[in-house]
Design a protein around this ligand. Structure first.
Ligand SMILES: C[S@@+](CC[C@H](N)C(=O)[O-])C[C@H]1O[C@@H](n2cnc3c(N)ncnc32)[C@H](O)[C@@H]1O
Length: 289
């Protein structure tokens, strides 16, 4: 593998959390903001802003990440309205939903990520007050033993759990995604899983355009069979929100992409050469009677 350019701002996979925070900061400054994250600017820092500059032109405004954040916010609030008593944010990075969403004070919220970024976030937000019962766990989610212990712990004391894994799967190997999907299904209290996926074509475009800057955080997962990948592993698909369509609906698409949002959508189970990404809500299949 080539070594990253000496000046590359992506030193490890956790630096990508700074990158996403940049778009939350930009969105928060708009008068018509879809969400407001008062901590995003500080959390993103100069390194986050430097990574954002590497994005391909089509996505430099951050519309995919803004749409993803808004769709995930809505998915969280919808699960809470349906009686969710615990949210587990896998690879939470610098996300601040426990501070900015209108959540019930009784809700348990567990953030999981690698030790470095969790430690940094704890220090940065030490003086801020979450709106719900927030816990943080330092863990490598690619490690199956660590995952098993984590899910057993979460299972104690929570009955209707929503798992969010925003921005995580693309950085995992296919075998790690499969292991995660299997373990989440094996944890009985987990009812919903909200994730985002990209098609192989979009994955390839991102890999090419970010080039060697991603050597320390390679993007790897983009299933050709899209949501069918998870159905084959036992999950039900409850919702698919393609990011291009959502960004058009939210009025966040750059003018040169607006026409593409009018094109027919690819079949989310056969993505072939489509440039496609979506926020997907999975649900545990009801037990057969
Ligand atoms: C693009 S960021 C997304 C952060 C956050 N979910 C968001 O949307 O702002 C990817 C995150 O995945 C985390 N991550 C990647 N691989 C991981 C692993 N094996 N275990 C735990 N976290 C991981 C990184 O540390 C980083 O915070």
């Amino acid at each position: 593998m080539d070594s990253p350019p000496a000046s590359s701002p992506v030193g490890n996979v956790s630096d990508t959390a700074r990158w996403v925070a940049v778009y939350r900061a930009w969105e928060s400054k708009r008068p018509d903001a879809l969400f407001r994250d008062p901590h995003a600017e500080t959390l993103a820092g100069d390194r986050g802003r430097a990574i954002a500059e590497l994005m391909p032109l089509q996505a430099r405004s951050g519309w995919p990440l803004v749409a993803r954040t808004k769709l995930t916010d809505d998915a969280v609030m919808s699960a809470v309205a349906k009686g969710c008593d615990c949210v587990v944010n896998l690879a939470a990075g610098l996300d601040t939903r426990p501070y900015r969403l209108d959540l019930p004070g009784t809700l348990r919220w567990v953030e999981v990520d690698l030790p470095g970024i969790i430690g940094e976030k704890e220090r940065a937000l030490a003086a801020a007050r979450p709106r719900c019962r927030l816990e943080r766990i330092k863990a490598d989610l690619a490690d199956s033993q660590v995952r098993a212990a984590l899910l057993a712990d979460i299972g104690r004391g929570s009955e209707r759990t929503l798992v969010v894994s925003e921005g995580l799967l693309i950085y995992l190997d296919e075998s790690e995604v499969r292991g995660l999907a299997h373990d989440l299904l094996g944890a009985p209290g987990i009812v919903w899983w909200v994730l985002d996926i990209a098609s192989p074509e979009l994955l390839e475009m991102m890999q090419k355009s970010m080039g060697s800057h991603l050597n320390n955080a390679p993007m790897k997962f983009g299933p050709e069979n899209g949501v069918a990948y998870f159905e084959a592993l036992g999950w039900s698909v409850a919702g698919v929100e393609p990011l291009l369509r959502a960004a058009a609906r939210f009025n966040r698409l750059p003018w040169f992409l607006r026409l593409f949002a009018l094109f027919p959508l690819p079949d989310p189970r056969h993505l072939r050469r489509a440039r496609w990404s979506a926020v997907v809500t999975l649900e545990r299949r009801p037990a057969p009677h």
